[in-house]
Every structure is written in structure tokens, then in C-alpha cells.
Ligand binder design. Structure first.
Ligand code: DCS
Length: 284
């Protein structure tokens, strides 16, 4: 299996991660998940922009230019032979010894790894939706950085799993922020509500696209916080991410939303999103 390792494409077996890599030691790193359809990346520029923005926010210098990084990713996509799947790309602050919380100087180069996995598009699920539970948002206050330190996210997702749900909808003191691995939105009386970007959520690439779709469809969107009560009384609820696109949530904490069916506005957005994919990557 071909993978990205620093500035090259190598066989997975050739990669070795040092025990003093700061990603391994401190979770000191950032990542992106980029989806490809039919051998073409979707929204690659937006993902690259967010990666470099995350790097800048933690004072990490990625040695490659954005163009060099894109060509490395495209080379992996080609050599992996994957048509429809996900690229996981991770950049850590590199190897520094002895272990020290303080950042090493910039002569220490980041460690870059990336691998592609085949993940077919789940059209049935996008039509029927998933289940969710609400969980307190116990994460830190820089959720706009796509950090590899994901304990708060994985603990929430695991709670959801234990409660037989697919996703955890997170809230801070009753204000819904986002989900454990996706952005969250509700529809009430024809208007979409979603938490504004800022330090409390990840600025989703999928969200950028569905916001444009909503505008083109003439659906009003208010990027403002909404409460758990508004969530419970919503006509429709959906979440969005690179891997699941625009995904209806049909049950929350065991209670059905919209009689357990995907709502009309969610369906329109999911269809418009699919069209955007097809304009760029061909029929899916
Ligand atoms: N919020 C969180 C906490 C996420 O982890 C993700 C995506 C999103 C929002 C949505 O962002 P994108 O629309 O840019 O994907 N998480 C990626 C992940 O870790 N797996 O799938 C996507």
C-alpha cells in the first residue's frame, strides 16, 4: 500500500514513526480528511487552505508549498489506484528529543503521513439518515484547529456508540455547537440554523458547499447558535462532513425527528451537494 511519508510516496512498510515524534508524544499535530470521487479530489483547495490555516494557528511551518502538497496528494491518489475514498493526511511537529512541552525550533521538520482508503458513497444512508444522541461538549476552546488531539471527540462518539447511536450532537450549557465528527444544523419553519464559525467549531468544508447550495436554492440560513430546546423542536436536523456529505438525523435521544424521515430541505441540500460533486468529479 502506497502512502505519503514526508515529501515522498513510499510503501507503507517503509514508514517508521519515532517514539519521540511530537504527534505521538503530545498529540501535537493537525490533519485533514479529503474525499475523492472517481479518482478526483473534491474541494481540495478548501482542505489545503484549512490545513495551512491550522498550521499557522499552532505556529507550525509546513515545508511544502500548498501546490507541492496538492501534487503529493494527487500523486498518492493516482498511485494508490483508489477511485472513491478518503485521504487521511496528518502533519505533526516532528521529532524532538528530549521530550519538552516547548516547541522545538523551526529546523525540526514536521512529520507528514497520508494514506488513502476505499470508502464507497453510501447513497442509501444519505437518503434515510442516521441516529444521534446529545452529549456535553467537553472539548477545548480551539475547536477551529483541526487538531489530531481528538480525545474529547472520540469520547463523545464512543458514548453515542454505547447508546446505539451513530453520532453525538455536542452542546455547551445547552447551546449546540457541532457533532463529534461533523457540523450540525436544524431546520425550523423553512430556515436553516447552524452555529457560526469561531473557536467553538471546526469550519467545515462541506458546510462551505452546502451554504452555497442553500443560497442557490433560495433557502434562508442563519449562522447563529441554537439551543437543545430548539433542536428538540426542529422540523429537520442534519449534520455534514467530508465523509458523510449532507446527512439527515432522523432520531435524537430515541425521539423521532420529522416522523423518522429525512426532511424536504435536507433532501434538497443533499441533492444539490451531490450535484456539486458531480460537476467536479463526474457521476456518483
Ligand atoms: N466538525 C468536526 C468536529 C469534524 O471532525 C468534522 C470533519 C467536521 C466538523 C466537518 O468538516 P468537513 O466538512 O470539512 O469534513 N471530520 C473529518 C473526520 O475526522 N472524519 O471525517 C471528516
Amino acid at each position: 500500500m502506497k502512502v505519503i511519508w514526508n515529501s515522498q510516496i513510499v510503501e507503507r512498510e517503509e514508514v517508521s514513526i519515532d517514539p519521540e515524534d511530537r504527534g505521538y508524544q503530545f498529540g501535537d499535530g493537525i490533519y485533514e480528511v479529503v474525499r475523492a470521487y472517481n479518482g478526483v479530489f473534491f474541494c481540495l483547495d478548501e482542505h489545503i487552505d484549512r490545513l495551512y490555516s491550522s498550521a499557522q494557528k499552532i505556529e507550525m511551518a509546513i515545508p511544502q508549498t500548498k501546490e507541492e502538497m496538492k501534487s503529493l496528494m494527487n500523486q498518492l491518489l493516482k498511485e494508490s489506484g483508489v477511485e472513491t475514498g478518503n485521504l487521511y493526511l496528518q502533519v505533526t511537529r516532528g521529532i524532538a528529543s528530549p521530550r519538552n512541552h516547548v516547541y522545538p525550533d523551526l529546523s525540526v521538520l514536521p512529520t507528514i503521513t497520508g494514506n488513502m482508503t476505499i470508502v464507497p458513497r453510501d447513497a442509501e444512508k444519505i437518503a434515510s439518515g442516521i441516529t444521534a444522541v446529545t452529549e456535553p461538549d467537553i472539548r477545548w476552546l480551539k475547536c477551529d484547529i483541526k487538531s489530531i488531539s481528538l480525545l474529547g471527540n472520540i469520547m463523545a462518539k464512543h458514548e453515542a456508540h454505547k447508546r446505539n447511536a451513530d453520532e453525538a450532537i455536542l452542546h455547551r450549557d445547552g447551546i449546540v455547537t457541532e457533532c463529534s465528527a461533523s457540523n450540525a444544523a436544524i431546520v425550523k419553519d423553512g430556515v436553516i440554523y447552524t452555529h457560526p464559525d469561531g473557536n467553538l467549531i471546526l469550519p467545515g468544508v462541506t458546510k462551505i458547499v452546502w451554504l452555497k447550495c442553500a443560497e442557490a436554492l433560495g433557502i434562508e440560513v442563519r449562522e447563529e447558535p441554537f439551543t437543545l430546546n430548539q433542536l428538540a423542536e426542529a422540523d429537520e436536523v442534519f449534520c455534514s462532513s467530508t465523509t458523510i456529505e449532507v446527512m439527515p438525523i432522523h432520531t435524537i435521544n430515541g425521539e423521532k425527528v420529522n416522523n423518522g424521515k429525512s426532511g424536504e430541505i435536507t433532501r434538497q441540500l443533499a441533492d444539490a451537494f451531490k450535484q456539486k460533486i458531480e460537476e467536479h468529479c463526474g457521476t456518483v
